[in-house]
Design a protein around this ligand. Sequence first.
Ligand code: FES
Ligand code: FES
Length: 160
Amino acid sequence: MLLKVNMRINGSTYDHEVEPRLLLVHYLRDVVGLTGTHIGCETGICGACTVLLNGEAVKSCCLLAVQVNGAEIQTVEGLAAEGELDPLQIGFWEKHGLQCGFCTPGMIMASHQLLRRNPNPSKDEIRHALAGNLCRCTGYQHIVESVQFAAVKMKPDTTA
Ligand code: FES
Ligand code: FES
């Protein structure tokens, strides 16, 4: 049996018929072709699959595609849609917030939610917000600095 799903992903509308058991992360990667969202554990632990669902960070391996029918999804591919890197992407570049890069899309999407809720987070608040995203390479310090860099970059310019 196939079920219809319709969702907006990074500003475009997608309609498909999928198996009810299809995970959102597999839908994004295998059906839509957005492979920037990674699969690490598939058990909700590593955070590599984090995307924004109606603006909230979720682990896309823990949801079925049919559960988010009608939703607005943002993946890491949607961040530089106009061809300019997002402040968090710049931050991870400038502050060396990655090594292998496997965790990076999830880290960036989870950080997006954090900076929307708290534009000026402390190091502890960043670490707390990213506690559900695991990195086996960096030791996290550079990730925290990357998010702080982005927070400064996203601050409105009040000098004008
Ligand atoms: S792949 Fe989803 S949390 Fe690890
Ligand atoms: S950079 Fe390799 S897992 Fe984070």
